[in-house]
Design a protein around this ligand. Sequence first.
Ligand SMILES: [Zn+2]
Ligand SMILES: [Zn+2]
Length: 462
Amino acid sequence: MNISSTKKYKQLRLSIAAALCLGSPLLPGTAAAVAAGSDAQKVAPPSALSAKIDSKAREIESKLIAWRRDIHEHPELGNQEKRTAKLVADHLRSLGMDVKTGVAVTGVVGVLKGGKPGPVVALRADMDALPVKEQVDVPFASKATGTFLGKPVDVMHACGHDTHTAMLMATAEVLASMKDELPGTVKFIFQPAEETPADFEPDGTNTWGAKQMIAEGVMDNPKVDAVFGLHVSSSYEAGKLYWRSGPAMAAADQFWVDVKGRQTHGARPWQGVDPIVVGSQIVMGLQTIISRQSNLALEPAVITVGTFHAGNRMNIVPEDAAMTGTVRTYDEGMKKDIHQRIKHTAESIATSANASAKVKVVELYNAVVNPPDFTEKMGPTLRRVAGEGNYDLQPKSSASEDFSFYQQKAPGMFFYLGVTPKGKDLSKAAPNHSPHFYVDESAMITGVRAMSNLAVDFLSMK
Ligand SMILES: [Zn+2]
Ligand SMILES: [Zn+2]
């Protein structure tokens, strides 16, 4: 996840990491500011249970931190979260919930039935870690190793999913303590592999994480009426909340371009077809899809060619060149259009040079879009939880999140929780996915209060 922005307009750090999940915010515009202000900065009045939520959260804060440290010290890669899943499942059972395990490989789902009738709200956390070697000097730093795509790797919770899991465990405990007073049902979703699984690469036929949880029925029985999720971010000060209405995080898609030329001697290129030169033209051509052909006044978009492989010797024109890349978009129509143009551009450039290009585009994650009416309804709760001066408009992020798939099944809202210690220069804070990614644990109680209050306020709405 993540790269950083301090105050809304001050910085722009674009860096599209290979990994998914959070990323750099793009410059927010006037339209965005208007959208975020559309609910007129309303603050919800305290609910019947909000004081109780706050005191219960405070009461279990030391447990929350202990869970987070334990999970942090024992990170597990996507679809391998066995230890974490057991910790979660044991905890949910101890709270008296119906618990399902092994959902989408290692996912855990707990259902808390309130004492009064009402709707169903889902709260979601992700449990997976990343192939990163931790460089943070804390006593509970990870020394864990794992296997990623067949290779041994060090493993670290460099995206903060350890905090998400711990915060949702604490939220479960808070809400279970007021079970009889809850007007409806709360579903706790602990999903694996948000960052993709450790044992396979996406190829357009496989599913994982949120998508697989949904395929296995997590949004049904009982049917979920609303869903909430959060992500910790180094871009913001510890304990502050950020969100936006409408497109908030980009869709992420992957493409492959395989160029076939004709091999020849490097001294006599006219006797063959050079796939490196053709491939290079394709790289440049793809950039003009964004700069010359996409309506950037509608939404921004990014194409990045991340790998380019060809040849094995300086004086041989090789037969083939192969590249892969990522596309980030916020608008579904623009996304489909860009996919078409990638294919057309690569194939046409290759044809013009008597080469050929095979293009494959696979949709990975949809854009995270917070529905404006739903965001307007729930924003006042987040403002009450954060308190004056502790929330703001989230700039668009060009990274991605598979929370987007839950949002296709029910109204859903995704927001950010800052975790960089107060007073630290936010532009220098190590971003999510960095081996130096650091979490100020004092922020986590705000995450627990936010999730608990969102659940209760949603259930209480008529
Ligand atoms: Zn991430
Ligand atoms: Zn993440």
